[in-house]
Design a protein around this ligand. Structure first.
Ligand code: HQG
Length: 181
């Protein structure tokens, strides 16, 4: 599979495993899971046929490990990024002292006022390193990197989760826990 094809399929899967499962007749099970057989049948029925081996390749090669199979390999889910109501059944975890968030300069005035909000997603997404945060922010132009005092927020009662692919999730980050470098 070439890179272009992989990106196209990855976007199709992201759309339906995170945001619009119903659009191809899927319903996410508890934990966000979908039976692989059902997913492949739904993709084929909606003009985007994917073979099982292509799916395996996509899951293994995804730069950000966006998708994961369950232990039996019969179900698949997106690891994070959902907008549909889903309980990923993640356990709260202790974050590192600092985490990072990349955003666009235009969002800064609001972020300074309200802190980081989850917007359309279920959580605010934070990165363990500046490099990843820079890539996330660069999706919207020239990125600004914010340092998040995750340890302090956790100590103050903030509940953090670590998704299977190293993204840290939290309900919100109030402005006093943000530093602009
Ligand atoms: C901003 C991609 C105004 C926030 C990425 C961001 C990531 C505010 C945008 C993952 C705000 C939301 C998540 C406030 C936050 N006022 N703007 N109070 N608080 N914002 O896409 O973190 O490719 O929902 O800074 O790589 O950019 O999908 O979140 O710019 O891992 O796998 O509102 O999505 O991964 O945007 O990205 P998003 P994000 P995938």
């Amino acid at each position: 599979m070439d890179t272009k094809q992989a990106t196209r399929l990855s976007k199709f899967l992201s759309l339906h495993l995170r945001h619009a499962p119903g659009a191809i007749g899927l319903e996410l099970q508890e934990g966000g899971w979908v039976a692989v057989d059902e997913l492949l049948a739904a993709c084929a029925a909606h003009g985007q046929p994917i073979g099982r081996s292509e799916l395996d390749e996509l899951v293994a090669d995804s730069d950000k490990q966006r998708f994961a199979f369950d232990a039996t390999g019969t179900r698949i889910r997106a690891q994070q990024g959902h907008s549909v109501a889903v309980d990923l059944q993640l356990s709260p975890a202790v974050p590192p002292a600092v985490l990072y968030h990349g955003t666009a300069p235009a969002a800064l005035p609001a972020i300074r006022r309200e802190g980081l909000q989850k917007m359309n997603r279920h959580h605010v997404h934070l990165s363990p390193d500046e490099e990843t945060a820079r890539r996330v922010g660069a999706r919207r132009g020239k990125p600004v990197i914010l340092t998040v005092e995750a340890g302090a927020l956790h100590a103050a009662g903030g509940v953090f989760y670590e998704s299977g692919n190293g993204v840290w999730l939290v309900e919100a980050v109030p402005p006093q826990y943000l530093r602009e470098e």
